[in-house]
Design a protein around this ligand. Structure first.
Ligand code: CAA
Ligand code: NAD
Length: 289
């Protein structure tokens, strides 16, 4: 199926929203990025310039590619800036209630049947997000990118119970146009990726809590012994410890098995505001980087 998307609205200017916007703009698509919190947009704008300039320096892209991509991205502090978009990708906090409220608003604001409302959720039910969107339920789909978006190849495509075939096909086509490999998964808590990855990360926190080894040793053992590019604690910091707790809560609640409860130590880091790279410290300290 040919993809005809001309303008994408990205909600959330954090690590995922920023990456999705960058990759879409590099694929020749116009993008408008919205974030509700002051400062997030400036940070995202700065990162776009920095990451694209680094790619030019490394001769991965030309200066003209960079200029073109930056010209295609605009930023807005209000969702009113989404007028005229024909696709939305939501990448806000991993909280079902906050996502439901947003999708209710998006469905009302963008009533055109052709506009697809995709969510980058890591774990939350697509069917339940769609329920919040009322009549627009068939236009809701999971379009799950991976971090860092410009580097990672996969987009996990998740069909909710009411998602139309046409919307799934168009999501696959758009992911391919963005240079990604789409793979389909069913709408179960955590889909495939986080059903498998997040319990591994959670177990690493249990190992740390029980003093099985120091953080560097836990990560080093999994890197050198299992050929993972990052150890599980380092990866948790990279993802965001708050996001890890949210995902474990969804697995725990959705699958009903106590083995999925978030590790108390992981929750403690979050309570202390140590969210990982994005807050300057998590398991490790990034304040000097
Ligand atoms: N944004 C954009 N590009 C980035 C980046 C970032 N945050 N971090 C690294 N890169 C790019 C670098 O620019 C470099 O690009 P080139 O090859 O074009 O020069 C490339 O990635 C490799 O970077 P480095 O050489 O600096 O470092 P590295 O070799 O250690 O790779 C890494 C960094 C790609 C992040 C690698 O460590 C890795 O693959 N880690 C695992 C990532 C992973 O598992 N992601 C999935 C997380 S789970 C998820 O996303 C789903 C969820 O719902 C939670
Ligand atoms: P993040 O904390 O880096 O960014 C989230 C952004 O959303 C913030 O800038 C915040 O200001 C903004 N935001 C929060 N509520 C909002 C609202 N109601 N309206 C507008 N903006 C709002 O988070 P992230 O890591 O980019 O994750 C975003 C989504 O992507 C989550 O659902 C997460 O589970 C998913 N995800 C994360 C990763 C990862 O590795 N971090 C990977 C894949 C998917």
């Amino acid at each position: 199926m040919a993809d005809t998307v001309k303008k994408i609205g990205v909600v959330g200017a954090g690590q995922m929203g920023g990456g999705i916007a960058q990759v879409a703009a590099m694929a020749g698509i116009e993008v408008v990025v919205h974030d509700a919190f002051p400062g997030a947009i400036d940070k995202c704008k700065g990162l776009h310039s920095k990451l694209l300039a680094r790619a030019v320096e490394k001769q991965k892209i030309t200066q003209a590619d960079m200029d073109g991509a930056l010209k295609r991205i605009s930023y807005t502090e209000s969702l009113d800036g989404f007028k005229g978009v024909d696709w939305v990708v939501e990448a806000i906090v991993e909280d079902a209630k906050v996502k439901h409220d947003l999708f209710q608003k998006l469905a009302t604001m963008l009533p055109d049947e052709k506009v697809v409302l995709a969510t980058n959720t890591s774990s939350i039910s697509i069917t339940q997000i769609a329920a919040a969107a009322g009549d627009a339920a068939h236009r809701i789909v999971g379009m799950h990118f991976f971090n860092p978006v410009p580097v990672m190849q996969l987009v996990e495509v998740i069909r909710g119970m009411q998602t139309s075939d046409n919307v799934v096909d168009r999501t696959v086509a758009l992911a391919e146009r963005m240079g990604k490999t789409p793979l389909k998964a069913n709408d179960r808590p955590g889909f495939v990726s986080n059903r498998v990855l997040m319990p591994l990360i959670n177990e690493a926190f249990h190992a740390l809590m029980e003093g099985v080894a120091e953080p560097e040793a836990i990560d080093g053992i999994m890197k050198l012994g299992c050929n993972h590019p990052m150890g599980p604690l380092r990866l948790a910091d990279f993802i965001g410890l708050d996001t890890c707790v949210h995902i474990m809560n969804v697995l725990h609640e959705g699958l009903g098995n106590p083995k999925y409860a978030p590790c108390p130590l992981l929750k403690q880091y979050v309570a202390a505001g140590r969210l990982g790279d994005k807050s300057g410290a998590g398991v490790y300290d990034y304040s000097k980087k």
